[in-house]
Design a protein around this ligand. Structure first.
Ligand code: TRP
Length: 443
């Protein structure tokens, strides 16, 4: 359940719908599903297998199991650095969730039209001080939890609040089904039209599969090291992949009906969730209550994911340097804050006003795109190379088979890990560089 808590977060609820919208819908969603099960899941299982076998976190697993090769240690460093970058902008979004809790209590959506509600987000996004404030508060909360150890408080609440989030999402989904735009939303989400796939659509779909599963950065290795030897890794991995995909799809199918009913553009960008759901809330009875509870739960889902990121950075620092947990946590959080400042100030363009002119995306979107679409798939590629080629095959097969009766699955899993996943990731990267063009295949 803890691993599921790390996987299910803003990636499914916030990121998936708007990136799917930006990349044209159906074709992107189809690729996302294929990549999740064909590439993401074998890597996910691979990370669990590696962690449970080594009983270590990622950096030391690569290092020690490769006879102390410093090249493999670099991979560990790349992973930690990516976690830091992701945590920095993810916490800005989590800060928005906190802001929306207070805004809900102040009845920001009551009596407002859809366009006015949409505008509220634009104002928030372009307020430098407010963004920094909530970003900082969120990091402090995160730090407080990692300080006192993840197990004590958070696990207890996660068991109550994550199902709560799931139930309220299902409730909203049922309401969204009754909207006139639901049919258009279904077509948009499920009818693949490869002409509408954005220029980087294939790579973005791959990145989304990695991001929502939290794979490619060795985080799942750490979770694997906590698993018991008789626990069934392939079963648990598959279950989590299904849960994650389900939440992503339900989230999109709740948001897009609102988009099509009220004439919003589906490519609405990072504000999409915050601009659409309050339109629904405003129409429901007890809207203040529902809106407050929903954003509080969203904040909580973000927290269970960011804890895994901060905890991974701290765990690696503890493994490597001689320092105590409190100092490591404070250094990691301070570093995250500094790196996140330009993301928090992206909407107001008060830090790097010409960033977007030069790079085509603002700072927030740049970090978001680089980490999810490049660092995670590349990290995943090296993990498949490590497991498929460097580590003794007999070890991974044995570890995979512990706790499962379906031993025949080990061979196809290893084949996917050794051949299909690395080759596919490599081809997709070639496609992105323009050396080959896969989209012509689809037409
Ligand atoms: N998977 C999480 C989500 O969908 C985000 C996340 C948590 C993550 N831990 C991660 C992403 C580690 C990459 C790496 O919201």
């Amino acid at each position: 359940m803890a691993t599921a808590g790390s996987a299910i977060g803003l990636g499914s609820l916030w990121r998936f719908p708007y990136v799917a919208g930006e990349n044209g819908g159906g074709a992107f969603v189809l690729l996302y599903l294929i990549f999740t099960f064909l590439i993401g899941l074998p890597v996910f299982i691979g990370e669990l297998v590696l962690g449970r076998y080594s009983q270590k976190s990622a950096l030391l697993s690569y290092y020690e199991l490769s006879n102390n090769s410093s090249n493999w240690r670099i991979l560990g460093w790349l992973n930690v650095f990516s976690c830091l970058l992701i945590l920095s902008y993810y916490s800005v979004v989590s800060g928005w969730c906190l802001s929306y809790v207070i805004m809900s209590l102040n009845k920001f959506s009551v009596g407002r039209s859809a366009d006015e509600i949409k505008e509220v987000f634009t104002v928030l996004y372009s307020s430098p001080g407010i963004n920094l404030f909530w970003f900082g508060i969120f990091l402090l909360i995160n730090m407080g939890i990692v300080f006192s150890g993840v197990r004590k408080g958070i696990e207890h609440w996660a068991k109550i609040l994550m199902p709560g989030l799931f139930l309220s999402l299902m409730g909203l989904f049922c309401y969204a089904v009754s909207l006139p735009g639901f049919k258009d939303a279904l077509i948009f989400t499920f009818k693949p039209d490869f002409h509408r796939l954005g220029a980087s659509g294939i790579l973005n779909a791959l990145g989304m599969a990695f991001f929502t599963l939290s794979v490619g950065l060795g985080i799942i290795v750490t979770y694997g090291s906590y698993m018991k030897k008789d626990e069934n890794i392939p079963y648990n991995g598959t279950l989590i992949a299904f849960m994650t995909v389900f939440v992503s799809l339900i989230s999109a199918l709740t948001i897009f009906p609102i988009v099509f009913t009220f004439g919003f553009p589906p490519e609405g960008g990072p504000g999409l969730v915050f601009q659409t759901l309050p339109v629904l809330f405003a129409k429901l009875p007890a809207s203040i209550l529902i809106s407050t509870i929903f954003f509080a739960l969203l904040f909580f889902a973000a927290l269970t994911s960011t804890i895994s990121l901060l905890e991974t950075i701290v765990a690696n620092m503890l493994d490597l340097f001689n320092m105590n947990r409190k100092t490591a946590t404070m250094i990691a959080a301070a570093l995250t804050f500094v790196i996140g400042i330009p993301s928090a100030l992206s909407g107001s363009e008060s830090l790097f006003p010409t960033w977007k002119l030069i790079y085509g995306k603002n700072f927030f979107d740049t970090v978001n795109y680089l980490t999810a679409s490049w660092f995670m798939p590349i990290g995943g590629l090296f993990i498949t190379i490590f497991l498929g080629w460097r580590l003794d095959k007999a070890i991974s097969m044995r570890e995979f088979n512990l706790g499962t009766k379906r031993r025949y699955l080990a061979i196809p899993w290893f084949f996917m890990l050794r051949w299909v996943a690395p080759v596919a990731v490599f081809i997709i990267i070639l496609q992105e560089t323009g050396l080959i063009n896969l989209t012509t295949l689809f037409y």
